[in-house]
Design a protein around this ligand. Structure first.
Ligand SMILES: *Cc1c(COP(=O)(O)O)cnc(C)c1O
Length: 228
């Protein structure tokens, strides 16, 4: 608990410092705590320290935690690769999905989202490095997917998500995030009303803040190294 508190304060300091350094509005970068593989008790501890948003990659694991922690009014984000047969559960239990990269998944999420819930917040995952092994749509396909998602009434398109290839080179980190921001700007020039750039993890959050991230997805820096 002390450890969690120390790490959280450290991350908050680094984010505030990056906001200052890169001319971002103070408090304009939201911290999404990536709690995959972490215990519900640790999520609760962070929630009690003021963290409201949590990211999960595995539906089964997430459902158990979401159930245990209901009543804490947390916001849950699905950030992992999406299997078509999991779309119903994702639509039922999450508030956001950051990893939409094909229309079939978007349609299934839309069909499964209950009219009793607010529309599901959606980010299109962009593969800015065009690495064939990773999920995400290629930069050339983003606009077409946005066009297809826009009319789906139970989804609300909020922006783009990127997970560029890991590198320790700050300038290179920035390039991947800059490409993502440019794609977002192109969409906005075409009239899309977007407010979210989900980019930056423990290793590259400063570069992401520099390039306009509005949500950073932080696991290791908050919870320590994952053991599984
Ligand atoms: C695991 C994960 C993160 C968190 O990464 P850390 O390096 O632990 O901060 C962020 N985004 C996605 C999509 C992830 O799967």
């Amino acid at each position: 608990m002390n450890n969690l508190n120390d790490r959280l304060q450290q991350v908050r300091l680094e984010v505030a410092e990056a906001e200052r350094q890169f001319g971002r509005e103070p408090g304009s970068v939201k911290l999404l705590a990536v709690s995959k593989t972490q215990k519900a008790a640790d999520v609760l501890a962070l929630a009690q320290l003021g963290v409201s948003d949590f990211g999960e990659n595995y539906v089964q694991e997430a459902r158990a935690k979401i159930g245990q922690l209901s009543g804490n009014s947390l916001t849950w984000h699905f950030i992992g690769p999406i299997q078509s047969n999991k779309t119903r559960q994702i639509a039922e239990h999450f508030d956001w999905v950051h990893s939409v990269d094909r229309i079939r998944v978007a349609e299934r999420l839309n069909a499964a989202r209950s009219p009793d819930l607010p529309p599901l917040n959606i980010c299109i995952q962009v593969n800015v490095d065009a690495e064939s092994t990773k999920s995400g749509v290629g930069p050339d396909e983003v606009e077409q997917l946005a066009e297809q998602i826009l009319p789906l009434p139970r989804l609300k398109l909020r922006g783009l998500m990127a997970l560029p290839a890991p590198t320790n080179d700050f300038a290179e980190q920035r390039r991947g995030f800059l490409r993502t921001r440019r794609l977002q700007e192109q969409l906005m020039d075409k009239g899309y009303r977007l407010d979210t750039l989900s980019m930056g993890t423990t290793n590259d959050m400063r570069a992401a803040v520099a390039e306009g991230a509005t949500i950073i997805r932080i696991g290791t820096a908050l919870f320590g190294p994952r053991t599984r």
